[in-house]
Each structure stands twice: as C-alpha cells, then as structure tokens.
Design a protein around this ligand. Structure first.
Ligand SMILES: [Zn+2]
Length: 396
C-alpha cells in the first residue's frame, strides 16, 4: 500500500549543491530527506516521481519578494499572501521572506498580523520564513521607488513597539549612515533579526562601522546605494566598493537580467563568489502576469507603474520600480548571461540564502535530515515539480 508520507524521486541528476550525482534517487519521509542514492534505490510503498533525466535540486529560497500573480503582500489580505506563495512555487520557490515597502505604521502592523494568519493556511505554496521590512529608515536621496512621504530616521520608540508586537520579523533593511542607525542595528541583532544595508549614501567608514554592528548583508546590491563619491576634492568609497572590500559582507542581487547587466553579474560573481551572493527576485505584483499597467505597493495607496521590457518602471521611465522576475529566470540569467555553472547558480538560490537567514541547518541543500524542499527542472531550467516539506505543491 502506498504511504503518502514516503516520496521517492528517481532517474535525475541530483545537485546537492555540494556535488552532483549524475543518476540518483532522493528519498523523503515525513517531510524530511532520508536518503540520497546512486542509481534507482528501493523504497517500498513510496509515492514515486520519475525525474526523466532532469535535475533534482534544493528548493529555491527568495529573501526579498513583494508580490506576484497580481498580489502584493501589502494588499493586506490572506488571499494575497497565499496567492504570492502559490504563483512563485510554480517557478521553483519553496521558501520566501515576504517584504514590505515604506508605509504608514498602521498598514505595516496590519501586514504583520495578516502574515500570521496566512502562514497557518499556507499549504499549497512557498513557505514563509520571516518578514523582511524594507524601510522606512532610508536616505531620501536613494529612495528609488520608495514613497518619500514615509521615509525617516530610525525611531527607537517606533521600532521597539513594532518588534514587541510580533516575532515574525527576521530581517530589516535600513540606511546605516542615518542618525540612530547603528543603535538600531544592535537592537535588531539582540532580537535575532538580520539588519541589511539599503537605500543608502554611506561611505566606506560608515559601512564598516555598520558591518561591525550587525549589518552583514547588502540589500539589492547596486540598486539604491552609493558608489565612489566626491566631497569637495576628496574621493570616498561608497557602499558598492565596501561590499567588495569587506570579504564577509553578503550581497543579494536582482538577477532579472535588467537591473544588472551581464558585466556586473560577472563582476559580482568574480569578487563575491557563490557563497556570498544570494539571488533575489525583488518581485512586485506583476511577476507571473502579462505586461501593462500595474501598481507598486498596496492596492489602497501604491504607486502606478508600467511593466515593459521584463521589468516594472515608474510611469516617466526614470527608474525601475521593482522586478517581475521569478526564481527560475534568475538561475537562467546567471548561467546564460554571467557564465556561472549551474551548480554555482543553484547554490546562490539555495545554500547561500539559507545560510544568510541562519536556516542552513534545515534548508538549502539536499542532505539527509534537511527539510524536503525540492525542485525538479529541465535543461532550460523550466520547473517540472516543486515540493515543499515533502509535499508536491506544483507539477507542470
Ligand atoms: Zn524590495
């Protein structure tokens, strides 16, 4: 008799991503990986998937995502949360950090409440692994598409109140040069939350101090951050140079092929490598939808944007306003545009983001004991199956 708690995926190339088993079988029981075998292993009574010679890899982990399938997390509905989790699961994502934009505090508090409700009902999509707050403590000069009305310096009374009300926030992006930002970073670390550098005009000395105080990740590297700047006749290294210079600094990149051209993807990979670089979609509601008009942020008070050329833009086309990427596209770009090996590209979408979030004991690799978050994809990195905690949530 078939046991629904046992799953066997056979006849595939297993990318663990420590190594590749050319023809292997992955065994899953009760939502955990219990075996990796060469050839076709015996696993009686299991539900079986024939991978047909395709790749079997760890599920993709997206640390920075706002929406998809016509929904934004800040729509503040359970339906939006579940819809985003499901649409991105079709493209291989098995875990994600729902991400907010700068907003009124009341709207943000509501988003956090909806997260907790949606999380309990989320059994057909990518898992939620903690909220990412993007803002509102940013440099106005680097706001990009963030609404300037809400941007301000870190306010201890405000962030302490938010964090007292919830335990689901796992990362928070801020500009480290702002007044109170170092204290803010220390406070986040004391709560087990990862501070990240974003929408910032910091110079090297400020980035280094921030790094020493917990800001060990650069949010969407190159977007909304300073490069080399001059103050009078003197030149200063910006956040980008600092991200390269500080070896232990992690970076996340929007590898949609639009935000960063091929030479920059190659440069980042060359200097930071696969173990310090995480691929993110930073997708807005237009991901998985046809081009045309859309809204960045909540339906209630978001900004109108236009989706064309595979990206969201402000209507005057002066700035990108988020991506419409899906995880499979990020992988294809790293392989096809940046010339990265498939194994290394997979690592940047699995092992590395898991480690950045402190989840690498449980996720990000196909090894015995890990959560059975698995994707099966073909030569073109088109997703055939997505499996979350041992359960098939998508098959093509
Ligand atoms: Zn974002």
């Amino acid at each position: 008799m078939m046991n629904q708690n046992r799953l066997k995926i056979y006849n595939g190339k297993l990318i663990t991503p420590y190594k590749t088993i050319e023809q292997g079988t992955l065994l899953v029981e009760n939502g955990k990986i219990v075996g990796l075998e060469e050839g076709n292993a015996e696993f009686p009574d299991a539900h079986e998937i024939d991978a047909q010679g395709n790749y079997i890899a760890p599920g993709f982990i997206d640390l920075h995502i706002h929406g998809g399938g016509g929904h934004d997390f800040m729509d503040n509905t359970v339906e939006a949360f579940l819809g985003i989790a499901e649409i991105h699961a079709r493209y291989g994502t098995t875990a994600m950090c729902p991400t907010t934009l700068t907003s009124e505090k009341e709207d943000l508090m509501e988003t956090l409440r909806i997260y907790e409700q949606a999380d309990k009902l989320n059994n057909k999509g990518a898992q939620f692994i903690g909220m990412h707050l993007e803002g509102p403590y940013f440099a106005l000069s680097q706001r990009g598409a963030q609404d300037p009305r809400y941007i301000r310096d870190p306010d201890p009374a405000e962030y302490k109140e938010i964090l007292a009300a919830t335990s689901i926030v796992k990362r928070w992006s801020a500009a480290p040069e702002l007044k109170g930002a170092i204290e803010f970073g220390r406070y986040l670390k004391s709560k087990g939350i990862l501070p990240a550098i974003a929408h910032t005009d910091a110079i090297y000395e400020e980035v280094l101090e921030a790094f020493e105080n917990g800001y060990t990740l650069a949010t969407h590297f190159y977007s909304g951050m300073s490069g080399v700047t001059r103050r009078d006749c003197f030149r200063f290294a910006g956040v980008i140079e600092s991200g390269y210079l500080i070896d232990e600094m992690d970076v996340e990149i929007i590898a949609d092929g639009v935000h960063l051209p091929a030479p920059l993807l190659k440069l980042i990979y060359k200097i930071k490598g696969a173990s310090r670089t995480a691929l993110i979609t930073d997708a807005m509601r237009g991901a998985g939808m046809p081009p045309g008009e859309s809204i960045l942020g909540s339906r209630k008070n978001g900004l109108p944007v236009i989706i064309e050329d595979g990206v969201a833009k402000l209507p005057d086309r002066t700035s990108f306003a988020g991506s419409v990427a899906t995880a499979d596209r990020l992988l294809r770009n790293m392989v096809n545009m940046a010339g990265v090996s498939l194994e290394e590209a997979v690592r940047m979408m699995t092992k590395t983001p898991a480690r950045i979030m402190g989840l690498d004991e449980r996720k990000g690799a196909l090894t015995v004991g890990k959560d059975a978050d698995v994707v099966v994809f073909d030569q073109q990195i088109c997703i055939q199956y997505t499996i979350v905690n041992g359960k098939v949530v998508y098959s093509s």
